[in-house]
Design a protein around this ligand. Structure first.
Ligand SMILES: C[S@@+](CC[C@H](N)C(=O)[O-])C[C@H]1O[C@@H](n2cnc3c(N)ncnc32)[C@H](O)[C@@H]1O
Length: 316
């Protein structure tokens, strides 16, 4: 998502800085209520907003970030700070690492590997396939991880995925490829039949920060696209699924369980579903984003309990 900035570093920095986010501190940092005029001014406003956040002055921190973004809608530090306020707690890398450690899946498929920052969490005994038309992995992968340098639609159409996984179902999936809703929908449609009912499908970037960073056409470095539509779709048209959006910063991580590998619903209605959900306006989330996108607390004890529920793959 955040190709141009050192995203992992920013996420970790914010996580550390915001550990005490909810702890009220003494007033005194400068108010961030001026209109930014240039780089220095913007940096000062950002530093002030960050100090407000660290001191627990959340409304002031938000106002400061919004003032910066009013003047410069593409200033990633302000977006990341707002995201960290919206979804405090561990980032998606940490949650993904914990899920790998708990489930110890036999098999894993990751759509969208980019530089390998998420596929690096694969356990040594997991057979893993990564898919990306432009992988940029700058380190040596272990022998249990195989990369397919192709778009995910081609990957599913041209490969015998189950054979690649030694005949096993896909135990764990991470969908983090193209950030347009219909691509993620097709990824879900293509991978569910390869899963077992007790497998887990994770979908990244389903909890957008705001309308501009959720646009289909990318205007900002910080960008989650319109994957959020997929959550609305699954909740309405596949009520048999268990869908929880973990509030992992920066933009949420959906966990979909109780899968039905036999289901043909999405495939049989694909064009109608795409048409229906492309027509949904972002305003449907106004005032009810958490409820409509099934936000689940980013509390590892509770996430872990969900993963252990009957019917779920027994941790190995
Ligand atoms: C946000 S990055 C993935 C980041 C990675 N999962 C991580 O957490 O560090 C999205 C990736 O999706 C890839 N991508 C774009 N279109 C794709 C497609 N049709 N199929 C699979 N991957 C795609 C891009 O090349 C990019 O590397």
């Amino acid at each position: 998502m955040y190709g141009v900035v050192p995203e992992v570093k920013i996420l970790r920095m914010l996580r550390n800085l915001l550990k005490n986010l909810r702890t009220p501190g003494p007033a005194g940092a400068p108010a961030a209520n001026e209109q930014p005029q240039g780089g220095d001014q913007r940096k000062r406003l950002y530093d002030s907003a960050l100090a407000d956040a660290q001191m627990g002055r959340i409304a002031e921190a938000i106002a400061g970030c919004k003032a910066i973004l009013d003047a410069d809608p593409n200033y990633p530090p302000a977006h990341f700070l707002l995201a960290a306020i919206d979804l405090p707690g561990e980032d998606y890398f940490r949650v993904l690492a914990r899920i790998h450690a708990q489930l110890r899946p036999r098999t894993y498929v990751e759509i969208g590997v980019d530089k390998g920052d998420s596929i690096r969490f694969v356990n040594s005994e997991t057979r893993a396939l990564g898919v990306d038309p432009e992988p940029k992995i700058g380190f040596e992968l272990p022998p249990n991880v195989k990369i397919f340098a192709q778009p995910s639609d081609d990957f599913f159409a041209q490969n015998d995925v189950r054979a690649e996984l030694g005949g096993l179902p896909v135990d764990l999936v991470f969908i983090d490829g193209m950030h347009r809703f219909e691509f993620a929908l097709r990824d879900f449609m293509n991978v569910e039949p390869l899963c077992a009912p007790e497998s887990t499908i994770l979908i990244h970037d389903v909890y957008p920060l705001d309308e501009s960073t959720a646009a289909r056409d990318r205007k900002t470095i910080f960008w989650s696209g319109d994957i959020w539509r997929l959550i609305l779709l699954l909740r309405k048209h596949r009520p048999d699924l268990e869908v929880h959006t973990i509030g992992a910063q920066p933009t949420g991580l959906a966990m979909v369980r109780n899968l039905d590998p036999q289901s043909r619903y999405i495939r049989d209605h694909l064009d109608d579903l795409i048409e229906e959900y492309l027509a949904v306006d972002y305003a449907v989330l106004d005032g009810c984003k958490a409820e409509r996108l099934a936000l689940f607390p980013n509390d590892w004890a509770r996430i872990s309990a969900l993963l252990e529920k009957p019917g779920a793959a027994a941790p190995r």
